[in-house]
Write a protein that binds this ligand. Structure first.
Ligand code: F6R
Length: 252
């Protein structure tokens, strides 16, 4: 696990975007997260596209998750969020037809989950991840299996509370169910880029990097992946015991 620690999220988002640009190959499959954390990274990719330095034309993007039962035109439906970030007004050059999200509106979301998992196989080239305060990645909440594939899951009260800010601060409006890539699906990505900012994430970051691998902290499964880079700000890194060691390692 490579650990990159910087003062603030803006700087980290730019460095992470550069990693995506450097690792980009035409036709690649990019796994994309939603939530607040990757917004600076997407902005940096849009700026690179506008400057003519990067384009995802002919490549595809694959969402981590989607709410079940959210209206198709709801602004917080993850397809719509990612469309705004990556497709709209030129975005990162991605074509709408190449933006894939699990079908949260399917008659049978379990079938939709299986189909999505099959479509992603054998795994995306680079997966971008955020990190939940409770250690979730995608919507794999604590207590789910470490080897799970794309499935229907239940959002915990803590996650719904955290996401209420996207739903007029009304937790009752946050959907209860979702379709999410499983941890096994996420682990099938060739390369993983995880970002986490702020003190709210410090405990989850501590577990991710220094905790025991456990389904109680789902992100800890990433300790078994061969190519993970974690971008964290000073606040998110504040509970790490081996901080000096990680800073030195980064210089290698
Ligand atoms: C979103 C997702 C989640 C978020 C996590 C952090 O697609 O998969 O795991 O990355 O909940 O959310 P933010 O970035 O809003 O703190």
């Amino acid at each position: 696990m490579r650990i990159i620690i910087r003062e603030n999220a803006e700087e980290l988002s730019k460095i992470a975007a550069q990693q995506i640009i450097d690792g980009y190959t035409p036709g690649m499959r990019l796994g994309v997260a939603t939530g607040s954390t990757p917004l600076g990274l997407y902005k940096a990719l849009r700026e690179a596209h506008a400057a003519g330095d990067f384009s995802m034309a002919g490549s595809s993007a694959w969402a981590l998750d989607e709410y079940v039962g959210i209206p198709a035109d709801h602004p917080e439906r993850y397809f719509n969020v990612l469309h705004t970030e990556l497709v709209k007004d030129g975005g990162v050059g991605l074509f709408e037809a190449d933006l894939h999200t699990p079908d949260g509106g399917a008659e049978d979301p379990k079938v939709a989950a299986k189909e999505y998992d099959a479509a992603i196989a054998p795994g995306v080239d680079i997966q971008i991840l955020g990190l939940g305060r409770n250690g979730h990645i995608g919507f794999n909440e604590p207590g789910g299996g470490l080897a799970s594939r794309t499935h229907v899951d239940v959002l915990t009260a803590s996650t719904r509370e955290a996401n209420a800010r996207f739903f007029d601060n009304d937790m009752d409006r946050v959907p209860t169910f979702c379709v999410t890539q499983g941890l096994g699906t996420i682990m099938s990505a060739k390369k993983i880029v995880l970002l986490a900012f702020g003190t709210d994430k410090a405990e989850a970051v501590e577990q991710l990097i220094e905790g025991a691998v456990s389904q109680l902290w789902p992100a800890t499964v990433l300790q078994h992946h061969v190519d993970v880079t974690v971008y964290i700000d000073e606040a998110a890194a504040s509970r790490l015991e081996l901080l000096d060691y990680y800073r030195t390692l980064e210089q290698l």
